[in-house]
Ligand binder design. Structure first.
Ligand SMILES: Cc1cc2nc3c(=O)[nH]c(=O)nc-3n(C[C@H](O)[C@H](O)[C@H](O)COP(=O)(O)OP(=O)(O)OC[C@H]3O[C@@H](n4cnc5c(N)ncnc54)[C@H](O)[C@@H]3O)c2cc1C
Length: 383
C-alpha cells in the first residue's frame, strides 16, 4: 500500500467520519513544551481548527531536542513498536511534502558495519529479521559501502548494511519551522513562559497557570520532555521516567563529507544539512565526560573511519537527557480517568514527532482512541 495511504488510515479516522466518543470537542488547548513533540502537536491542532497556545519555558527546541542525534529510524523491537516507528517515517515524508522539501532533513538512510565476527553475525540476523518485517535494509560489501559513502574508511568488514528508509534532521531547525507554521496558522506562542499550575475547580481543567498569567483551557497537553512528570503532577498524574543521558561532540560547519548516518564500530556520525558534524560513542551511552579534551579524544577515535575528523575542532560538547519512560516505550494519550490532560513523552521523539502530532490531534479533537497508540498508554504502569 502506498505509504501516504497507510498513514492517513491512522491519522485521518475522524476526518473520514468516525464518530466521536460523545464528549464535547475541546476548543482551547494549551500545549506545554516547545520541543519537537509539542511543536508537532501544536501545529496539527491548529491546522485542525483548535484554539492553541504553545507555552515554552525557554525557547523552541531548547530541551532534549537540541541535544539529540536526530536520526529518524524504525530499527525497533517488538513488532508493534517497529510498526509505530515505521509510521513515524511515513509521517516525516508527509511533513516533508507539506513543507515542499524545505525542512533541514536528509533522506538516504544509514550505513552500519562491524569488524568483529560476533557483531557481524548479529547484524546479519537483524538484516534478515527487519527485511521480514518489510523494512528497507540490505547487506552490502566494501564496494557497496564505498559507493554510498566514499570518504568512509571502514577497514575489515565482518558485515555491513544499508538501512535505506531512514533519515536525519537538524532537530532545532525543524522545531523552529513547526512553531513558526503553528503561529502563522493562528496559534499563540509564549516563550519564555512556564506552566506553573492548573485551575481544576470542580474537577475539570478550567485554566493553565503560567509565569505570564492564566490561560483558559479545555485541554492541557504535557509535552515537557524530562519535565513532563512535574507538569503532569500538577493534575495528580504520575509519569514514570528513568535517567538516560547521552553525550555528543559537535564539529563546526565544513564541506560535505557524508550524506547518511554512519553507525561505525568506534561510534556514530552524521553531518547536518548545515555542514556540522555530530558524533557520539554509543546510543546507549551513560552520563559522560563533556570536556573539550574528551571531545578531541573521541574525534581522534572517529578519524579511523572518517580521516578528516583527525583535523577537526570541537565546536561544543552536549550532554542531553532523553525523556525515557521507565519501560523505554512512548507514553501518549489522556491521563487515566481524565479527558483534559494529555501526556506525550518519549524517547525517539525525533522519529515519532510528526506521527504523534497527527495522532494526538485526532485523539484530542475527535475523542477517538487510536489503535496505533493502544500499547502506549500511561495505564500500563499501574501496579
Ligand atoms: C543524546 C540524545 C540522542 C538522541 N538521539 C535520538 C535519535 O537519534 N533519534 C530519535 O528519534 N530520538 C533521539 N533522541 C530523543 C529525542 O531527542 C527526544 O525524544 C525528543 O527530542 C523529545 O522531544 P520533546 O519535545 O518531548 O522534549 P524536549 O525537546 O525536551 O522539549 C520539552 C520542552 O518543554 C519545555 N518545558 C519544560 N517544562 C516546562 C514547563 N513547566 N512549562 C513550559 N515548558 C516547559 C522545555 O524547555 C523543553 O523545551 C535523543 C536524545 C538525546 C538526549
Amino acid at each position: 500500500m502506498h505509504r501516504r495511504t497507510v498513514l492517513e488510515l491512522f491519522a485521518g479516522l475522524a476526518a473520514a467520519g468516525v464518530p466521536s466518543l460523545g464528549a464535547q470537542a475541546p476548543r482551547r488547548v494549551v500545549v506545554a513544551g516547545g520541543g519537537i513533540i509539542g511543536a508537532n502537536i501544536a501545529c496539527q491542532l491548529v491546522t485542525r481548527g483548535a484554539d492553541v497556545t504553545l507555552v515554552e519555558r525557554a525557547r523552541p527546541g531548547a530541551g532534549a531536542t537540541a541535544d539529540s542525534f536526530a536520526w529518524i529510524n524504525a530499527k525497533k523491537r517488538p513488532l508493534d513498536y517497529f510498526n509505530l516507528s515505521r509510521m513515524g517515517l511515513q509521517a516525516w515524508h508527509q511533513l516533508d511534502r507539506e513543507f515542499s522539501g524545505t525542512l533541514p532533513l536528509a533522506w538516504g538512510g544509514s550505513v552500519e558495519w562491524h569488524a568483529d565476527d560476533t557483531r557481524g553475525a548479529a547484524l546479519r540476523a537483524q538484516i534478515r529479521d527487519f527485511r521480514q518485517w518489510g523494512y528497507g535494509v540490505r547487506a552490502i560489501n566494501a564496494a557497496g559501502l564505498r559507493a554510498l559513502e566514499p570518504r568512509l574508511v571502514p577497514g575489515p568488514l565482518a558485515s555491513a548494511a544499508h538501512w535505506e528508509d531512514e533519515a536525519h534532521i537538524d532537530p532545532v531547525g525543524v522545531t523552529e519551522m513547526l512553531v513558526k507554521r503553528a503561529q502563522t496558522n493562528g496559534a499563540r506562542v509564549e516563550y519564555p513562559a512556564e506552566v506553573t499550575g492548573l485551575d481544576l475547580a470542580g474537577g475539570r481543567l478550567r485554566a493553565v497557570r503560567t509565569s505570564k498569567g492564566d490561560l483558559a483551557a479545555d485541554v492541557l497537553v504535557a509535552a515537557c520532555g524530562t519535565d513532563t512528570p512535574r507538569v503532569a503532577a500538577l493534575a495528580g498524574v504520575r509519569v514514570p521516567l528513568r535517567d538516560a543521558p547521552g553525550v555528543l561532540v559537535h564539529v563546526p560547519p565544513g564541506p560535505r563529507l557524508i550524506d547518511r548516518v554512519a553507525l561505525a564500530p568506534p561510534g556514530n556520525i552524521k553531518q547536518k544539512p548545515d555542514g556540522r558534524i555530530v558524533t557520539g560513542s554509543d546510543f546507549a551511552s551513560g552520563g559522560g565526560d563533556t570536556s573539550r579534551e574528551a571531545g578531541e579524544r573521541h574525534l581522534q577515535r572517529m578519524a579511523a573511519v572518517l580521516p578528516e575528523l583527525g583535523k577537526a575542532a570541537v565546536e561544543k560538547m552536549t550532554q542531553g537527557f532523553r525523556p525515557m519512560p521507565a519501560d523505554g516505550f512512548p507514553i501518549v494519550g489522556f491521563a487515566p480517568g481524565r479527558s483534559d490532560v494529555y501526556i506525550a513523552v518519549m524517547h525517539s521523539g525525533v522519529t515519532l514527532g510528526p506521527l504523534v502530532g497527527r495522532l494526538a490531534a485526532t485523539e484530542i479533537l475527535d475523542r477517538v482512541p487510536l489503535a496505533a497508540l493502544a500499547a502506549y498508554r500511561l495505564e500500563r504502569f499501574k501496579g
